[in-house]
Design a protein around this ligand. Structure first.
Ligand SMILES: CC/C=C/CC(=O)SCCNC(=O)CCNC(=O)[C@H](O)C(C)(C)COP(=O)(O)OP(=O)(O)OC[C@H]1O[C@@H](n2cnc3c(N)ncnc32)[C@H](O)[C@@H]1OP(=O)(O)O
Length: 717
């Protein structure tokens, strides 16, 4: 280093507090040393900073917003300070860079203010400095979404002064030497005005409406807008005061804890465990150099698209040419749309190259693939036939995955000569968009197969969650009692729009009836017919509203019998503008139908309040979650929460169903279930699970300790 520069490094995440101290000491030393003419701040090991340790925000010894004085100290330095940004500059890390007079970034660096994603706002004056540097629209976009932007975009926005392909530190030192002696006033962001917009008021108002609509009850994006508004309306110091006030509100809101829990839960589920002690730490994945997808229906198309996007060559197979051509057209359309969203477009995806994406009806072409994902119709006989064929055609090491939402993995595996290589991969629709991948191991699934499926999830940029094999696995199994309660509520006097409203107000992206109209009521109907719950195989004399001695509602079956399958037929729990329409309108026909149904079955209609709707739907879902944990189908509550947030539209700011239960309080959940169960003794889903009772009996320990209260290690683990 030349004598004119001073490196202040050590920006490792775990030492954020130490880093702050080192930064302060270094700056003061540099300021006092007349031989130092400029300062350069960089990180260690090619990373600038990922910001503060998120765990610190919920710790009793929270470091608060102690970063602000240091950012001010940097900015007020009489010597030019240059940030050399490599790797990431996120959150507090970027706020440090904003205090610097100049910023140089490596071309591969990424920058962002992701505080909103953990329920906070940039609390070290970031909401006040960023709009002054890059203008309100761009700043608001970064602050309210928390997105990480690449260096090239940062340069376009004016967030950095220079990007380099080679040595960022040398480039920053060069810049520091060059600017010695130049006036610093214009470089101090706190002194700059926020660039004006002709329609600032309208712009901010619209921005608020937009984030409120998207956030559905999540506070942080809204308060981010308020903080940026303060930057446009108040002098810097007053804006900072407002930012601090809003930060304090968020910190104590409860939503921040939920979102921070979700951040760590998503990472915790990568550390999977399965029967016989197999786990992420001991199992190694096999490489997947080529994959195949069988079935080009809605799911198969999305899965092919996902694989192509992940740069994995794919063979896409259909049963005949008619289906193949239909599937090919649909896949190409999806890929073209995806390519348009990407930098480099179709060239990047290269899907017109048959070596990357091949369509066929010939099973023999699957002989050299490393992994097959079967995505045909949910029909056990068909799946078994396919797996039998696969075990004859595929090379010995190939992993055989079945995309199923409920079927028994062991039964499917029994059709092969290699059950250790059979695994469930439950994708969510649309498969190229939804982040969740439920990975289901069977009795014989090998640790390598699980590790490979997890690796695949990562390559597809999905969150893989490993779970055990049972009907509906985790996600759908918890969904059954929830949807069941929603339908029972209709029997008792409620309406689809009332139930949906309560759950959407809670934060679900879509309520249970809108959801089932979207998914298609016929899907569940087919499954119930296969289970003998309805249809021709139902034993004569079975009571209309009872199956196996338990309460049953035939309402969804009756709708299907009327051809009301939801959006696809233009009618379901709602009416739509046309078949395939998406705008749900309450349907007077359905209201009459419900009244007649109640009359037929002698049900006294009653008013059901929001509290009962919410509690019966959510607590029955949570109750099933406790059963799943007790049976060892999932290794911890975080798994259930990650599944619900990423696959079922559960509001992330409520941390997932099990986290939510812990915030409501387990004794309350138990008491409510007991109350509803007494009122509906023929509904097993409302009967409090023994594990929940046990946790309450041991005074409701924190969620991370729950699993240690299972008296026996489940055979599934
Ligand atoms: C007082 C001043 C206030 C400042 C406000 C802030 O700075 S708030 C924090 C803002 N920063 C973030 O939100 C960054 C969050 N992290 C990420 O986005 C990503 O981790 C990453 C930095 C982009 C790296 O991604 P990558 O996929 O490479 O790794 P992982 O996500 O798996 O992370 C590796 C492990 O590091 C842990 N971790 C990452 N960031 C933080 C953090 N800010 N605080 C605490 N821990 C963090 C992560 O949990 C992983 O740990 P594991 O034990 O391996 O699970």
């Amino acid at each position: 280093l030349s004598k004119s520069s001073q490196i202040v490094s050590g920006l490792a995440l775990i030492t954020f507090k130490l880093f702050l101290q080192a930064l302060e000491d270094g700056l003061k030393k540099a300021d006092a040393d007349p031989s130092v003419k400029a300062v350069m701040i960089c990180g260690e090991n090619g990373k600038f900073s990922a910001g503060a340790d998120i765990r610190g925000f919920s710790s009793p010894k929270r470091h608060g917003v102690a970063l602000s004085p240091i950012v001010s100290l940097i900015e007020s330095s009489e010597k030019p300070v240059v940030a050399a940004i490599e790797g990431v500059a996120l959150g507090g890390g970027l706020e440090v860079a904003l205090g610097c007079h100049y910023r140089v970034a490596h071309a591969k660096a990424r920058m962002g203010l992701p505080e909103v994603t953990i329920g906070l706002l940039p609390g070290a004056e970031g909401t006040q400095r960023l709009p002054r540097l890059i203008g309100v629209p761009a700043a608001l976009d970064m602050i309210t979404t928390g997105k990480h932007i690449p260096a090239t975009e940062a340069l376009k926005l004016g967030l950095v002064d220079e990007i380099v392909e080679e040595n960022t530190i040398e480039a920053a030192i060069r810049l520091a030497n060059k600017v010695i002696g130049q006036p610093l006033e214009p470089r101090r962001l706190s002194l700059k005005p926020v660039p004006k917009l002709p329609n600032m008021e309208a712009f901010l108002r619209e921005a608020l409406v937009k984030v409120k609509r998207q956030a559905r009850g999540c506070l942080a994006p809204e308060l981010c807008v308020q903080a940026v508004r303060a930057a446009t309306e108040r002098p810097f110091a007053e804006g900072v005061r407002r930012e601090r006030e809003l930060f304090g509100l968020l910190l104590s809101s409860g939503q921040a804890q939920a979102l921070q829990y979700a951040f760590f839960a998503e990472r915790a589920v990568r550390r999977w465990a399965a029967p016989g002690g197999a786990s992420w730490s001991s199992a190694a994945p096999q490489p997947v150099r080529k994959a195949a997808v069988i079935g080009l229906g809605t799911m198969g198309r999305g899965i092919v698209t996902s694989l192509v996007k992940a740069n994995i060559p794919v063979v896409a197979l259909e049963q005949d040419l008619e289906y193949l051509n239909k599937g090919r057209k649909a896949v190409m359309l999806l890929l073209e749309r995806e390519a348009m969203k990407m930098e480099g477009g179709a060239q990047t995806l290269d899907f017109h190259n048959p070596a990357r994406l091949q369509f066929t009806v010939d099973f023999d072409l699957l002989c050299d693939v490393d992994l097959v994902i079967e995505a045909v119709f949910e029909n056990m006989a068909l799946k078994k036939e396919i797996f039998h064929k696969l075990s004859k055609i595929c090379k010995p090491g190939a992993l055989l995955c079945t995309n199923t939402s409920a079927l028994n993995i062991d039964e499917i595996a029994s059709a092969t000569n290699r059950p250790q290589q059979v695994i469930g991969t439950h994708f969510f629709s649309p498969a190229h968009v939804m982040r969740l991948l439920e990975i289901i191991y069977g009795r014989h699934t090998s640790p390598t197969a699980i590790a490979t499926a997890m690796q695949l999830a990562k390559a597809l940029k999905k969150v893989g969650v490993v779970v055990g094999n049972c009907f509906g696995f985790v996600g759908n199994r918890m969904m059954f009692p929830y949807v069941q309660q929603a339908v029972f509520l209709l029997e008792e006097g409620s309406r689809p729009e009332a139930v949906d409203q309560v759950l959407e107000d809670f934060g679900f992206k879509i309520g249970p009836f809108r959801m089932s109209d979207l998914a298609g009521l016929d899907v569940g109907w087919r499954s119930r017919k296969e289970q003998g719950l309805t249809g021709p195989s139902l034993a004569a004399g079975t009571p209309a509203r009872q199956r196996h001695g338990q309460r049953y509602s035939p309402l969804p079956d009756l709708l299907c019998e009327q051809g009301r399958f939801g959006q696809k037929t233009g009618k379901g729990w709602y009416q739509y503008e046309r078949a395939g329409g998406r705008t749900a309108t309450p349907d007077p026909w359905l209201h009459d139908f419900l009244s007649q149904y109640r009359d037929t079955h002698g049900i006294q209609s009653r008013f059901i309040d929001q509290e009962e709707i919410l509690e019966r739907c959510l607590f029955s879902l949570i109750n099933e979650g406790f059963a799943i944990l007790a049976e060892g189908i999932a290794s911890g509550p975080e798994h259930l929460d990650v599944i619900y947030i990423n696959g079922y539209g559960w509001p992330k700011h409520r941390g997932g169903p099990m986290f939510y239960a812990s915030t409501v309080g387990l004794p309350r959940v138990l008491a409510k279930l007991q109350k509803y169960s007494e009122a509906h003794p023929d509904v097993p889903g409302l009967r409090p699970n023994a594990f929940l009772k046990k946790l309450v009996a041991v005074r409701s320990p924190p969620l991370k300790e729950w699993m240690s209260y299972l008296s026996h290690q489940s055979p599934k683990l």
